[in-house]
Design a protein around this ligand. Sequence first.
Ligand SMILES: [Zn+2]
Length: 183
Amino acid sequence: MTHPIQTTVGFQDSEPFRFECASCGETHEGIPSFGWDFPAQYLAVPETERAQRAVLSDDACVIDNEWFFIRGCLEIPVRGYREPLNYGVWLSLSRDSFARYSASFDDVNRHQGSTYFGWLCTAIPGYPDTQLLKTAVHVRPWPSRPFVQLEATDHPLALEQRDGVNPWRVQQIVERIMHPRHR
Ligand SMILES: [Zn+2]
């Protein structure tokens, strides 16, 4: 008699995540990753002043040489699937943390282990305000973006990260973010 391999129990990787969308009628495949191109504070800088005051790349943003932001992965486990739902969010770090983080950013030999305190600087739709939630930002081996762990609170986003979500909830999130006009 054969037994399922222990590590695959409860996972359905042979069945990719997909669902028929109630908003557009198409079949959406794959657990999505939603990313933001800049921290919320970047938008607060008047457009005409951004070139002067802000430095922005895919992974970092500095405003007025005083506010320091990095990009990380806020992952939500999805029950029954290996792949998490990922929010590509921005975090505000102290000047000192940002300097240390940046020093290892391009190091292909970097190890995980370093952790920095960060304020969440992305407004994720579908939750009570997510801005300025407290996080621990865990550095991962190159080239992965850091893993963002929310402080343990009863904020719905923190609870979802702690407990994971059901596939129907992923479906709801996908529909809300991909088709905001339908809401
Ligand atoms: Zn759709």
